[in-house]
Write a protein that binds this ligand. Sequence first.
Ligand SMILES: Nc1ncnc2c1ncn2[C@@H]1O[C@H](COP(=O)(O)OP(=O)(O)O)[C@@H](O)[C@H]1O
Ligand SMILES: [Mg+2]
Length: 318
Amino acid sequence: MAIRIVYSVGKGGVGKTTCAAAVAVHASRTLRVLVVSLDPAHNLGDVLATRLSDKPQEIASHLWASEVDMEAAITRYLDDSSQRLKQMYSYLKVINIEGYLDALKLSPGIEEYATLQAMEELLRAAEGRYDIVVFDTPPTGLMLRVLALPRVSLLWGEHLTRLRREILDKRRTVENIQGERRFVLEGKEFRLATEERDDKVMQELNEYVSRMRSLSALQSDATRSRVMPVMNPDRLSLFETKRAFATIGKLGMSIGPVIVNKVGMKLTDERTVGEIETELRCPVRTLPFMDVEPVGLEAIEGVERRLDFESWIPENHL
Ligand SMILES: Nc1ncnc2c1ncn2[C@@H]1O[C@H](COP(=O)(O)OP(=O)(O)O)[C@@H](O)[C@H]1O
Ligand SMILES: [Mg+2]
């Protein structure tokens, strides 16, 4: 994959969408850009003053925009998971798969996995069509968990692969003593796999591990992806941004400069920009609070002119 990614990350209301739109408009001067919202509380369409849908829509030269239907993404993720489970364990009638799937719907983490799957699908479809994808993301907490998923899942996947290998080893041992094990269920004959190449579970694990490995490599490649943190000059926003820096740093992702948006909104900003820079140990760029909400393509071009958005475009030749 040669696609580049920018993640606009921050608390609700700080200006994630506005800045995502501005960086996308800037990138579209030289690259083919898709700006896409993954925030269940979409407002990309509002900011661009266009009605958007799941299907990317060309809103200017070299610039496409869409909003992912997150409800549908969750349903798709669950359907996908159930399909795979049923295929892998078609012989295991003792396990109540349907019951298990009902519980899965309510399990913690589903929204994160569904968001990651939506991102992955988008990136696959974007390959060759766009040069860069700008993600307007859900609020920080959820987004950090999504960003951590490839790494976390990779560790799990590798562990499960080792366990599966042990199971297959044991099955082989049993088979050597008792002979090949076959059984018939509802007229269909099954044979328990003993070799990796015949084992559906192992194939699934291998595929999963390789997907997570390439996602996590993409995320931590500074020439390919960059996090653009957006905050406001207030204490709560700073706390949240600090936490985001800690997590994103651990994941080895490139981050910054930080956009401090809506400077001058209050009579006195609780934190001066210098203080924020020192606390986060990262360069800061500011955007003033504007009299009129920057809505519509023209207004977003106005935002683009106020900042050098080139700083957030990952370069292939870094
Ligand atoms: N620099 C700014 N000056 C004035 N209004 C702004 C500025 N940046 C964003 N806004 C407005 O603030 C609101 C929230 O911005 P938005 O980009 O939607 O934030 P988020 O996506 O983080 O929730 C919107 O109404 C937007 O037009
Ligand atoms: Mg938004």
